[in-house]
Write a protein that binds this ligand. Structure first.
Ligand code: DX5
Ligand code: ZN
Length: 224
């Protein structure tokens, strides 16, 4: 696999034409599909649930990277596992017994991930890192597409990479929010493994060129 992987977020797609969005993603050279589940509680908007994820799973061969922006994720994980999530990520801020939930997700064969909002430090999830397949670093305050990247969040990518190296761990590091041609150099300097791209992908003249451009800009800057 060539890193960084690119994961378009269908949050910025035309919700009345999900098949069209899936075709765009399939033809773009992307690696994953990022699915933003919002519950109107953890974040103000409501997007979609497991039924939508299952419908998308039936129409794509790409792995589904499900990002739960919900309270009480422990009530939801079974439905999203059954829907076909490859990675299932919940927010550290929304769950007290995160380790138990990570283990529960892992037992199903789905890859567990945890996400942190801009105000949450890496230290808040330090104990969990050996048990994770993915850490999703939010680079905007979650809830909306099309926001400006918050550069201070990127330091967490470097911090996570240093811990991963030192403790010989294997989780992937994903960044989410405000990623596009104008911010890729800043991001590439830290070298995350996965780039989640919403509005920049769906507003691109050529999504394929965009994906290739992001991958090329980020390759070579990755410090392992
Ligand atoms: C924001 C979501 C993101 C969103 C990113 O809360 O988690 O996945 O789709 O959108 P852009 O790339 O437009 O910032
Ligand atoms: Zn997301």
């Amino acid at each position: 696999m060539d890193f960084p992987l690119v994961a378009p977020s269908i949050l910025s797609a035309d919700f009345s034409d999900i098949s069209g969005a899936l075709a765009m993603i399939a033809n773009s050279g992307s690696d994953l599909i990022h699915l933003d589940v919002m519950d109107g509680q953890f974040v103000p908007p409501i997007t979609f649930g497991a039924k939508m994820v299952a419908a998308i799973a039936a129409k794509t061969n790409l792995p589904l990277d499900v990002h739960l922006m919900t309270q009480t994720p422990e009530r939801l994980v079974d439905d999203f596992v059954a829907a076909g999530a490859s990675y299932l990520t919940f927010h550290a801020e929304a769950c007290v017994h995160s380790h138990r939930l990570i283990e529960r997700i892992r037992e199903t064969g789905t890859k567990p991930g945890i996400s942190i909002v801009p105000s949450t430090p890496v230290s808040a999830i330090a104990e969990l890192l050996p048990f994770l397949d993915l850490v999703l670093v939010m680079t905007v305050n979650p809830g909306y597409g099309g926001q400006n990247l918050l550069p201070f969040c990127l330091d967490k990518v470097g911090e996570l990479k240093a811990i991963r190296r030192r403790r010989r761990l294997n989780f992937l590091i994903s960044v989410d929010g405000g990623i596009g041609p104008s911010t890729i150099d800043l991001i590439a300097a830290q070298g995350p493994d996965i780039l989640v791209v919403g509005s920049a992908f769906f507003s691109a003249d050529s999504p394929r060129d965009l994906v290739m451009g992001l991958k090329n800009a980020a390759t070579g800057s990755v410090i392992y």
